[in-house]
Design a protein around this ligand. Structure first.
Ligand code: SAH
Length: 217
């Protein structure tokens, strides 16, 4: 069951969360403003209603999680989203990250490998953001039919930089991904140069659920 309302209490808790993200070092006010608009509690089961605005990851079923708000803010900030950007997301999960990108004016193409998560995605995202297109498939393959993309964001722990996703990026495009490094992941920004070569920038370490190949029933 999902709670329909976005009450003053939810809005107040969201403001406090946004301030805490600012204190933790998120500086892009456009990202923070978008996260202040998206009601995170709507993407979670009602049992999480009182804690939905804590800076934590939560279970969303099928052994998966909605990312911690700090992680969402961090990845989104690195992505340098511009209105009308065409963005490919790997790992729809709850569709919260996709909704933050849509709130920033992006056109989002998001892939989920878990049938249940693909089917049960939150109605709020479906109704509020028609500019999000949902796909059931394997993120390692990307979406060749819809390529090229301005940006790619991977929200599960990638074992390597998926080569097919690099092919599907525009020249000048960027991809943000958490890349496996021992027992956690290093956040990486990959930029595709105009000659097709790539450059990498390395950021902080995070902990994500794994990126697995193939679809799951
Ligand atoms: N962006 C999500 C975070 C979900 S966690 C949110 O805002 O809630 C990561 C998700 O990636 C999980 O739902 C998992 O099933 C999915 N995933 C893992 N490997 C994948 C792959 N190869 N293709 C598509 N999705 C994948």
């Amino acid at each position: 069951m999902k709670i329909e309302k976005d009450s003053y209490r939810h809005k107040g808790l969201r403001k406090i969360l946004i301030n805490s993200l600012r204190e933790k070092g998120i500086t892009d006010e456009v990202v923070l403003e978008a996260m202040n608009e998206v009601p995170r509690h709507r993407f979670l089961d009602t049992v999480f209603d009182n804690i939905a605005y804590e800076d934590r990851a939560f279970n969303i079923g099928s052994g998966q999680t909605i990312s911690q708000p700090y992680t969402v803010a961090y990845q989104t900030q690195l992505l340098r989203v511009k209105p009308n950007d065409k963005i490919l997301e790997i790992g729809t999960g709850s569709a919260y990250q996709a909704s933050v990108l849509a709130e920033m004016g992006a056109q989002v193409f998001t892939i989920e490998r878990h049938k249940n998560l693909f089917t049960n995605k939150d109605l709020y995202a479906l109704q509020k953001y028609p500019q999000i297109k949902f796909f059931y498939g394997d993120g390692f393959e990307g979406l060749p039919t819809y390529a090229p993309f301005d940006k790619v964001i991977i929200t599960c722990a990638a074992p390597f930089i998926p080569p097919k996703l690099v092919v599907q990026m525009k020249p000048g495009g960027i991809m943000i991904l958490p890349l496996n490094e021992y027992d956690s992941q290093r956040m990486i920004r990959v930029t595709k140069e105009s000659d097709g070569s790539i450059s990498e920038e390395h950021f902080d370490k995070f902990s994500f659920v794994p990126m697995l190949s193939g679809k799951s029933k």
